[in-house]
Design a protein around this ligand. Sequence first.
Ligand code: XIL
Length: 356
Amino acid sequence: MKKRCFYIAIVVLFLSACSKSNNTGGTTVTPPIVAPDTTLQNTLPFPIGASVSISLLQNNTKYSNLAKKEYNSLTAENAMKFAGLHPSQNTYTWTDADYFVNFAQANNKRIHGHTLLWHQSLPSWVTNFVGDSTAWENLMKTHIQTVVAHFKGKVASWDVVNEAFEDNGSLRNSIWRQKLGNDYVARCFQYAYQADTSVLLFYNDYGHEYSSTKRAAIINMLNTFKSRGVPVHGIGLQFHTNYTQSDANIAAAITAAAGTGLKVHISELDVALNAGNNPALTLTASLAEQQATKYKFIFKIYNAIPAAQKFGITTWNIGDADSWIPRQYNRPDWPLPFDGNYLRKPAYYGILDGIK
Ligand code: XIL
């Protein structure tokens, strides 16, 4: 009889362990013990942000509550891009971006503007625009100055130009470079500064951690801007990275950025688990732990740069189900610190560990 009770107890224990599995791929995750009021924003020694989708903010209370609770800085994932704000030459549509700004202000969040000039998210009136170099210059300047003026006093900072470089370190031959010439990036910063002399101006790009050539080209441009007196205050490292990226590369990217003396923003962080695009991949406890280790390392290295340069770290959206990665690459992936139910993943605790 005793033996039988013992076996029943074992089975009960086993079943209760299994029931703790969540839907993050069937892994059993035992969260570390943290104080019940712990959040990212009240724990990290620098601003912590997320990019947000306006429709999720409006329609999903779990999402908007988590945005309020965990973060103290917000970026609009798409709502402040050219196509969203400026759908035809004489029309600006502020509705979504203004909703975002009101949400952020009502909840005391810093607002990072993204982005004034990019080769993507362009409306067809721009890609089809016919005009000489003066007309193109005017188009670019008007867009930048109208948008910066609209959000003046509300937005703390802007990604002025996004992704102007190729991975090989050459200037991307975007429509902007074709129409405006090689020095257009500098002029974008000057126009933005004319419209708002107190907003912080960032150059934002990806690949610093995997292309040392691209990193050097970007840093060289920014150092040149500083010596020419072009108004630039920060460097944005997107960091759409993955768990196999080497610690040495990550550290090199962050320390080189800090070497410019500019503010450093890890601006679009996600740590993908399925860079190989395996359509059948599932999330295992081991992958989740390795992701946590990578998040931890990134936060640790970032926290070591001089305090005045720590503009903050922003993840690219909040929960795994909201991430652009699965949609963009048509694959399963789980790149963020919260799972599809907005529960804290090991990556979340990795972040907390990183700043200890
Ligand atoms: C992405 C958004 O996440 C997607 O929703 C959208 O469809 C395309 O743009 N680098 C950037 C971001 O600077 O603006 C991009 O955001 C992701 C890559």
